[in-house]
Design a binder for this molecule. Structure first.
Ligand SMILES: C[S@@+](CC[C@H](N)C(=O)[O-])C[C@H]1O[C@@H](n2cnc3c(N)ncnc32)[C@H](O)[C@@H]1O
Length: 305
C-alpha cells in the first residue's frame, strides 16, 4: 500500500520530536504496548512498539518486557499503567474494526503518536489512514518504520500539523473526503490541548463527517487533575522517566465534548476503563488514590436522519 506525507506547516519546524515534552508521552505508550505485546495474556500485540523504544535515546533503559521490571505487575508504571495502555489499545482497536465493518473507509488518528494500526490491523485495502501529529513525532516514526520490514495494510498518509493550529486545511489537503464516512480516534490526546482547541476539534469532526461516522476520545474528569497529584502513577512517571503528566495536561477548564456531540445529533456512551477490564478479564481495577479514576472513554456515533 502507498504512503504519502501531506505538506508541512511552515510555521512549525519539525524539531519538537519524541525526546521531550508531550512527544515523549508517545514513547511511554509505545513502551507500554511493547510490554503488553510480550505478555502471555496480551490484550493487543504491536510488534513495532519495541523498535520505537529502542530507537530513541530518551528511553534507552526503559523495559520492553514485563520480565525486565523488578516488581512486575506490582510496578505502578510498567505494571499497572502499562497494562492500562494495553487495554486502551485493545478497546480502541475493537472500536475501529467495528466502525470499518459498518462502512467507514477513512480513519483519522488525531495525535497519532507511534500508533501502528495502519500496519498491524487487518484493514480493508480500500481504506485510508490519516495520521495527524506534530512534525517531529511523525519524522521520528517514519525514520524507525523505514528501517523495518513494515508495509501498511491500507493507504497511509501522515499529516504533520499542530492540533492547536488550522489542521483542517492540512487534513483536507492530504485527501480526506468529508462526504465519505469516517472513523476518528483521539486516544490520549484531548487533555494536552487547551479547551478551545478541543471544542474546535469536536466541532470540526462534526463538520467533516457524514452520518454513520464514528469518534472515540479519551477524557479526564476535571477534578482528577490535582486530586491525584501524589498518586503512584503520576509520581512514578515523573520521578522515573521524567514525564510530568500533570505539567503537560492543559490546566484550563474542559468543555463538555460528549454533551456538544449529542446536541449535534450524535449518540454517545461513556465508560470507565475498569468497565473493559471487567469485560475482557484483565487490566487495571480501581485502587485508592488512583490517577485513572477520572479517565473516561467516550464512544460517539453520528446518527442517520
Ligand atoms: C500520549 S501520546 C498518544 C499517542 C497515540 N494516540 C497513542 O495512544 O499511542 C499523545 C500524542 O499527542 C500528540 N499531541 C499532543 N499535543 C498535540 C498537538 N497540539 N498537536 C498534535 N499532536 C499533539 C503528541 O505529540 C503525542 O504523540
Amino acid at each position: 500500500m502507498s504512503e504519502t506525507t501531506a505538506t508541512r506547516d511552515p510555521r512549525r519546524p519539525g524539531t519538537d520530536g519524541v525526546e521531550a515534552g508531550v512527544g515523549l508521552t508517545a514513547l511511554l505508550v509505545a513502551a507500554a504496548r511493547a510490554i503488553e505485546t510480550h505478555r502471555h495474556d496480551s490484550l493487543a500485540r504491536d510488534a513495532y512498539a519495541e523498535h520505537f523504544v529502542r530507537a530513541a535515546g530518551a528511553c534507552a533503559d526503559w523495559p520492553v518486557r514485563i520480565e525486565q521490571v523488578p516488581d512486575g505487575d506490582a510496578d505502578p508504571l510498567w505494571g499497572r499503567f502499562a497494562r492500562y495502555f494495553g487495554l486502551r489499545t485493545r478497546v480502541l482497536d475493537d472500536f475501529l474494526v467495528r466502525s470499518l465493518g459498518a462502512g467507514a473507509r477513512q480513519v483519522v488518528l488525531l495525535g497519532a503518536g507511534l500508533d501502528t494500526r495502519a500496519f498491524r490491523l487487518d484493514l480493508p485495502p480500500d481504506c485510508v489512514v490519516f495520521e495527524v501529529d506534530r512534525p517531529g513525532v511523525l519524522d521520528f516514526k517514519q525514520r524507525v518504520l523505514t528501517r523495518l520490514p513494515a508495509a501498511p495494510k491500507a493507504r497511509r498518509t501522515t499529516v504533520p500539523v499542530d492540533l492547536r493550529d488550522d489542521w483542517v486545511t492540512a487534513l483536507t489537503a492530504a485527501g480526506f473526503d468529508p462526504a465519505a464516512p469516517s472513523v476518528w480516534l483521539a486516544e490520549g490526546l484531548l487533555f494536552y490541548l487547551p479547551g478551545p482547541a478541543e471544542t474546535y476539534l469536536v466541532d470540526t469532526v462534526d463538520r467533516l463527517t457524514t452520518p454513520g461516522s464514528a469518534l472515540v476520545f479519551e477524557a479526564k474528569l476535571e477534578k482528577d487533575l490535582l486530586a491525584y497529584r501524589d498518586s503512584p502513577i503520576y509520581t512514578a512517571t515523573r520521578e522515573r522517566v521524567g514525564i510530568d503528566l500533570l505539567g503537560l495536561f492543559d490546566p484550563g477548564p474542559r468543555p463538555d465534548s460528549a454533551g456538544d456531540l449529542r446536541t449535534r445529533g450524535w449518540s454517545t456512551s461513556t465508560h470507565t476503563p475498569f468497565d473493559f477490564t471487567r469485560r475482557l478479564g484483565r487490566g487495571p481495577l480501581p485502587e485508592p488514590n488512583d490517577a485513572l479514576e477520572g479517565n473516561r472513554w467516550v464512544f460517539a456515533h453520528k446518527l442517520r436522519p
